[in-house]
Write a protein that binds this ligand. Structure first.
Ligand code: NAP
Length: 311
């Protein structure tokens, strides 16, 4: 594939930026990839592993002459980065981001950007619980959705070009209104993360009572919660602070359902429980049929031997 952009600047060099760098290289989508991160340590690791063609010390240096700038920092840091790069953005450049919340990023970044620069917010629905410059891999976006939330009046050609980049990275691209995005993600990602954090916190409190049996006998359900609850604390703090309304709305509904299930257990209403679990089982089937997860038992994981190695 020929390059979609001449020079791509990645601001922040963690899981998502690193995976973008690998995926863009895999398909030859960028003439040059320039990267920068806040800490000298991350920049040094990125240099050592050859993550980008060039690693520079500041965001302002990175965006010089770039026709695509991708903000890959936690949501709460987007506004400050936008303020730093705004004076040096090339006319006609596209600025996008990969933040997990969209309305707040638009509010933070939009006002800083000069006229003549295209701002097209985005969110790849792909990730792992790992972070940092070594955690990225080229396949992260394969067959995963990327949601673009262009603001009114955005140049369709600029959007089409960004779409081509993401499709070249293996992703399925769709456009969505920013508020709708935030509500959908509150249901599918943000609230489930909060529930996982809570469950692991509860188990940790209980650990004192059960003398580390929680770890020793951890069953699949709890292990999956611990994986999610190992996600980056800064990123997730920012997600909840910036998607406050939608998360609180979904948490309210969640609490109501939880109370209904609690009551069914207390009153021995097995019909209610069975009907509820039958309905939820269908959702899993839908996700597998949509190609968004494996139908192999236990997510296709190999059984773990007693010495901890995969069989
Ligand atoms: P990450 O691996 O933790 O990397 C974050 C990068 O941002 C690091 O290079 C870090 O620099 C930099 N950074 C952190 N705080 C900063 C600040 N205050 N100012 C400037 N730079 C700062 O994170 P990630 O998982 O790639 O996430 C990046 C973005 O993608 C976030 O907005 C997140 O919401 C979104 N996202 C994440 C996932 C996921 O599953 N991880 C999925 C989709 C979207 P140092 O290394 O120098 O500290």
């Amino acid at each position: 594939m020929s390059a979609v952009y001449t020079r791509v600047a990645l601001i922040g060099l963690g899981l998502i930026a690193g995976s973008m760098a690998h995926a863009m290289r895999r398909a030859g989508l960028a003439g040059e990839i320039v990267g920068t991160a806040r800490s000298a340590e991350t920049r040094e690791i990125a240099r050592q592993i050859g993550l980008c063609d060039r690693i520079v010390d500041t965001a302002a240096e990175a965006v010089e002459g770039a026709d695509l700038v991708v903000l890959c920092v936690p949501v709460g840091a987007m506004g400050a980065v936008a303020a730093e790069i705004a004076p040096v953005l090339a006319p006609g450049a596209t600025v996008t981001d990969v933040g997990s919340v969209k309305r707040d990023v638009i509010t933070q970044v939009g006002p800083h950007l000069p006229g003549g620069v295209h701002f097209i917010p985005g969110h790849p629905l792909a990730g792992t619980e790992q972070s940092g410059p070594r955690s990225g891999f080229a396949e992260l976006f394969d067959n995963r959705y990327v949601l673009l939330t262009p603001v009114e009046g955005t140049d369709p050609d600029a959007t089409a070009r960004l779409r081509a980049l993401w499709e070249g990275c293996g992703a399925l691209v769709e456009e969505m209104d920013a508020d709708h995005h935030d509500l959908v993600l509150a249901v599918t990602s943000h609230t489930p993360h909060l529930i996982a954090y809570t469950m692991v916190g509860v188990a940790d409190d209980l650990r004192r009572v059960t003398d580390s049996e929680v770890i020793k006998y951890s069953a699949a359900g709890f292990r999956d919660f611990t994986r999610i609850a190992a996600s980056d604390p800064t990123m997730w703090r920012d997600v909840f602070l910036s998607n406050k309304d939608a998360t609180l709305e979904i948490l309210g509904r969640f609490t109501e359902e939880l109370f209904a299930l609690q009551r069914a257990i207390r009153t021995g209403d097995g019909d209610h429980l069975h009907a509820y679990f039958t309905r939820t089982r269908k959702i899993r089937r839908g996700i597998v049929e949509a190609g968004q997860d494996t139908d192999a038992p236990n997510f296709g994981r190999s059984p773990v031997r007693r010495d901890g190695a995969a069989e």
